[in-house]
Design a binder for this molecule. Structure first.
Ligand SMILES: Nc1ncnc2c1ncn2[C@@H]1O[C@H](COP(=O)(O)OP(=O)(O)OP(=O)(O)O)[C@@H](O)[C@H]1O
Ligand SMILES: [Mg+2]
Length: 263
């Protein structure tokens, strides 16, 4: 069984896609067989890897469509290999339509889990990039996942959304949808230690959440290298391999590997 890690928090622009991509790349660098799943209709992960949603015959959305009429997974058709040494299942904006289509589907929360099941033996780690809302798509990701990584932008306004996702994890466990869902950790992103306000936000987040759930030691600094790498369709580990942010994603990968749940 692969570890399946959902990267999720219901707030936009906190570094979910950046983390999915570069944590994935750092895990691949460590010899892990990694699959990324773009489960956000915005398709930022798909695009950051240089794939054009309009050119793709098979996406996670086409696999959902097929599944809803057959209850059979054809997700492997959508797998794309990338020069970054990891595989990706791309999306298109049509994944938006799945919100309504899943709403009336039998076992709607389990569709992504069932789609991914045949791929487990091919990978060590599957990372799912999610959209910044709590809805049926994110619930699907949290059912398919064995674990969750929560990116928290180092600012006061972001902590509310972390409380919300922690409540959602509790609901997933208590409802029986995913009784064993683990919180791998909260990841502080866009950290800028030069400003007092930002240092305070980091200290506050560690204090407010650190007693309840793991907060990764690794922190991701704010750096212009991040948008630059995405614009050039490369991972940070390729674009700026010696940079601080690439180093932080490598350190995060080490922590994630050390946090492997017992088999
Ligand atoms: N460490 C960083 N330093 C500077 N810019 C960053 C950093 N991490 C992410 N960004 C930039 O911030 C923006 C948002 O990041 P990202 O797309 O990873 O967030 P997200 O949580 O996936 O957003 P959404 O909720 O819209 O999916 C992007 O333009 C990205 O390039
Ligand atoms: Mg995103």
């Amino acid at each position: 069984m692969a570890r399946v890690i959902a990267v999720a928090v219901p707030k936009g622009g906190t570094g979910k896609t950046t983390t999915t991509l570069n944590l994935g790349a750092a895990l691949a660098e460590r010899g892990q067989r990694v699959l990324l799943v773009d489960f956000d209709p915005q398709g930022n992960l798909t695009q950051a890897l240089g794939l054009r949603p309009g050119d793709l015959d098979h996406t996670v959305y086409s696999a959902i469509k097929h599944f809803l009429t057959s209850y059979e997974s054809r997700l492997e058709q959508a797998v794309q290999q990338t020069p970054a040494g990891l595989d990706v299942i791309p999306t298109s904006a049509r994944l938006n339509l799945a919100n309504d289509e899943l709403a009336v589907a039998i076992q709607r929360e389990f569709v992504l889990q069932k789609l991914l099941a045949p791929l487990h033996e091919r990978y060590d780690i599957i990372l799912i990039d999610t959209l910044p809302y709590l809805g049926v798509l994110v619930v699907n990701a949290l059912v398919a996942a064995t674990e969750i990584v929560i990116p928290l932008q180092a600012e006061y306004l972001a902590t509310e959304s972390v409380s919300l996702i922690l409540e959602q994890v509790q609901l997933m466990r208590r409802s029986g949808l995913n009784p064993n869902l683990l919180i791998t950790g909260i990841l502080l992103t866009m950290v800028d230690q030069r400003t007092v306000i930002n240092r305070e936000a980091v200290a506050y987040a560690r204090k407010a959440f650190g007693s309840q759930v793991p907060v990764f030691q690794a922190m991701i600094k704010r750096s212009v290298r991040v948008p630059e790498s995405q614009a050039s369709h490369q991972t940070l580990l390729r674009y700026d391999p010696q940079g601080d942010v690439a180093g932080a994603y490598r350190a995060l990968a080490e922590e994630v590997l050390r946090a492997a749940p017992p088999k």
